[in-house]
Design a protein around this ligand. Structure first.
Ligand code: CO8
Length: 276
């Protein structure tokens, strides 16, 4: 795929937006390549994805300003819809997606990270919604997802001021779950750069998720995504259905049977979870 790389590593997959000469800015082609890459993931084998950007400097520096600069109102709306459709596909993708944010996550970059389930970032990461400085609104879901993630007050501050924030502030307001620094040895020499270490941490988390029952993990994603959009009574019905759906699966029988056997050795073994 031209602007997107994909590597399957056992039960996890790593998707890399690969347009470093433009700091991985999202033009129509990148969006098309992303959509095709997600659609090509082998869901019989892959249980968790990591999404990152090529290079040390930038995750995604936004939607492509050059491409947007000449759009009419109608074309602007269509471009917004194109981004929204791809990001919603990521948000509702059956398996979890971890954003490994290496550097700039501005505009559409911050927005695509927010369509992922979990955000981890390197200590040089920079987040922001600079759109109002460009005369537009955050049009790839930013007004909606940022407000849901960090609360309306903080989202409005970030969006109205168009001021970028560093990794530590993103952690403080709950926009990211973890900030990853370079790994050093006892003498203080860098063993892994922040970017390398970020990917290692993200892949380790993805592998941890991949060891758990895949149907249960998928159902948790669906329950949280769908349940948080409706009132509590409806949300609990959604949860009940997805909970019930796990019973009679091989995962549920093996997972609980393993525990009940009270065989410590066996309990420690990884259950060979299957997708049924
Ligand atoms: N679009 C297109 N090209 C970009 C973008 C971008 N968003 N960001 C960087 N580039 C390009 C630069 O033009 C430059 O290209 P060239 O070498 O050909 O001149 C190359 O990447 C390197 O960039 P810089 O030289 O600017 O690198 P610096 O280290 O000096 O600066 C910054 C890095 C601070 C990230 C700077 O590049 C910057 O400010 N970029 C724009 C950030 C931004 O405003 N992003 C938000 C864009 S708007 C958006 O995302 C809206 C989403 C919703 C769309 C809704 C549709 C209707």
């Amino acid at each position: 795929m031209g602007f997107v790389l994909y590597e399957q590593k056992g039960a996890i997959g790593v998707i890399t937006i690969n347009r470093p000469e433009a700091l991985n800015a999202l033009n129509s082609q990148v969006l098309d390549d992303l959509e095709a890459t997600f659609k090509g993931v082998n869901l019989d084998e892959v249980r968790c994805l990591v999404l990152t950007g090529a290079g040390e400097k930038s995750f995604v520096a936004g939607a492509d300003i050059g491409e947007m600069s000449t759009l009419t109102k109608k074309e602007g709306e269509a471009f917004g819809k194109k981004g929204n459709d791809v990001f919603r596909m990521i948000e509702t993708f059956p398996i979890p997606v971890i954003a490994a944010v290496n550097g700039f996550a501005l505009g559409g970059g911050c927005e695509i990270s927010m369509s992922c389930d979990i955000r981890l970032c390197s200590d040089n990461a920079m987040f922001g919604q600079p759109e109002v400085g460009l005369g537009i609104t955050p049009g790839f879901g930013g007004t909606q997802r940022l407000a849901r993630l960090v609360g309306q007050g903080m989202a409005k501050q970030l969006i109205y001021t168009a001021k970028n924030i560093k990794a530590a502030e993103a952690l403080r307001i709950g926009l990211v779950n973890q900030v990853v620094s370079a790994e050093t040895d006892e003498a203080g020499n860098v063993v892994k750069s922040a970017q390398e270490n970020l990917l290692a941490v993200a892949e380790k988390m993805a592998n941890t998720i991949a060891l758990n029952a895949p149907i249960a993990v998928r159902n948790c994603k669906k329950a949280i995504n769908e349940g948080t959009q409706v009132d509590m009574d409806k949300a609990l019905v959604i949860e009940e259905k997805l909970f019930g759906d796990c019973f009679e699966t091989e995962d549920q029988k093996a997972g609980m049977g393993n525990f009940l056997e009270k065989d410590k050795e066996k309990k420690l073994k990884v259950v060979p979870f299957k997708n049924k």
